[in-house]
Ligand binder design. Structure first.
Ligand SMILES: [Zn+2]
Length: 456
């Protein structure tokens, strides 16, 4: 075989969720044209040698806050997606708690217009599921949202949830549309109850924070929303799972065949309450980072498939927002750029395999949120790739990150593997930590009917 292609990647040690092996990857028109035996004759406009590196599908982070529009002092589409590609993440799904929140088709369209010429990675958008929005759901899906975000508990933006009656109606509609609802599962009543308990304590230490955002609130909200999914058939996705008890609830819901998927984040996989003394408010996130038993349960749930994916909940705040006492510090931290080096470090320690990483961070998010042409390395798929030198061992330094606000709890931690190249639709957009060319990211919309309805 011999023909002219745009780009060929030679000596690629490919690892995706289903395949690993040495191939040459021929890329044409933004797609993977063919996987060739190494050394196959093939004329390419450009050639990359991946000798000694791993080639993975570009990672897909299903939970980021790019903060634009309205909160661009914290992050922007340009800076957040620059951080993404520098970390090997080529697609991000952005949350709707920007200003204004994404609560109408018109606002979604306007937000979509911000992507072209700014974004280094592809960007998909969630819409809000707020009060009074039932009649807008179909139109928002039509415009191309990847799903809906439901904030059951109080968090950044203080967006209220619809009441249960309205949610029941919304879930019935979304069951028909087959579009997932991503749920911030913390029960408002339990959070308020925790708040009252804390005000009696006098001090606000990490224990107070855990009382203020109790596990009971997470488990109760997870349970309620799973029941609603079961009753209506609506697909749901539980965001940032933090506790062993929530894992149990999700496992049970899945065993009934309900369309429930779940994510956890590196915050909960690599930190525990014991780290607070050393790390401080950089690790203040919602729901809170809990104990070591929870951490172990989350790893186990990823391995047995109860938790489907890892998403970072990349949620930057300015150093001034974070540099407060624990009670007042903003909750959230950047994460998109440190995802891969942390997971590769975990891989080196035998906690996961490279195939696991691509399953959790590429294949499963692509499947759930409707991007069947992403998340794998296969002929006909989009040529979104990351080429990684897995031998490199380094120290994460927040001053080197590309986000606008870089206060990270992982500052000083070991990272393994450097993303040497990020390739988006066949174009090199990052090489050795530097952005290349111009921002080529697109507003990406899910394929109609391309969403997987069940976890497995
Ligand atoms: Zn979030």
């Amino acid at each position: 075989m011999c023909w002219l292609v745009d780009l060929v990647i030679r000596n690629a040690k490919v690892v995706d969720a289903h395949f690993s092996g040495m191939v040459d990857i021929a890329i044409e028109g933004g797609d993977i044209g063919a996987l060739l035996s190494p050394g196959t004759a093939c004329t390419a406009a450009q050639e990359l040698d991946a000798q000694g590196c791993i080639v993975m599908p570009g990672l897909i982070d299903a939970h980021v806050h790019l903060r634009e529009p309205g909160l661009t002092h914290k992050e922007t589409i340009a800076t957040g997606t620059a951080a993404a590609v520098c970390g090997g993440v080529t697609t991000v799904l952005d949350m709707p708690n920007t200003a204004p929140p994404v609560s109408s088709p018109q606002i979604l369209k306007e937000k979509g217009k911000l992507v072209a010429g700014q974004a280094w990675a592809d960007v998909g958008f969630y819409a809000l599921l707020g009060p009074g929005m039932v009649h807008q759901l179909a139109a928002l899906v039509e415009v191309g949202c990847v799903g809906f975000k439901l904030f059951l508990g109080p968090t950044t933006g203080s967006l209220p949830a619809p009441d249960w009656g309205e949610l029941y109606e919304a879930f019935q509609i979304l069951a028909d549309l087959g579009v997932p609802v991503v749920v911030h599962a913390e029960d408002r009543a339990w959070v308020e109850c925790g708040q009252a308990q804390v005000s009696n304590r006098g001090v606000f230490d990490y224990q107070s924070f855990l009382i203020q955002r109790p596990k009971l609130g997470e488990v109760s909200a997870t349970q309620q929303i799973c029941l609603l999914a079961g009753a209506t058939g609506a697909p749901i996705h539980i965001a940032h799972v933090t506790s062993a008890e929530a894992v149990e609830v999700i496992g049970r819901a899945k065993s009934y065949g309900w369309s429930v998927t779940a994510e956890t984040s590196p915050m909960y996989l690599f930190l525990s309450d014991e780290d607070y003394a050393a790390v401080g408010t950089a690790m203040k996130v919602l729901p809170p980072v809990r104990g070591r038993t929870d951490q172990a349960a989350l790893w186990a749930a990823l391995r047995n498939g109860i938790i489907d994916m890892i998403a970072t909940d990349h949620a930057p705040h300015t150093p001034a927002d974070k540099d407060q006492d624990l009670a007042n510090a903003a909750a959230g931290a950047p994460g998109v750029e440190t995802l891969l080096p942390l997971l590769l470090d975990a891989g080196r320690q035998g906690r996961c395999t490279l195939a696991d990483i691509t399953r959790w961070c590429a294949y499963e998010p692509a499947r759930r949120f409707g991007f069947p042409n992403k998340g794998r390395i296969q002929p006909g798929g989009r040529a979104d790739l990351v080429i990684i030198d897995t031998n490199e061992v380094w120290t994460i330094d927040q001053s080197q990150l590309h986000s606008k606000s870089c206060v990270t709890p992982f500052h000083g931690r070991r990272g393994v593997g450097k993303a040497r190249y990020a390739i988006l639709a066949g174009n090199i957009v990052m090489a050795d930590g530097d952005l290349v060319g111009r921002p080529r990211g697109n507003w990406v919309k899910p394929t109609q009917g391309g969403r997987a309805s069940h976890a497995r």
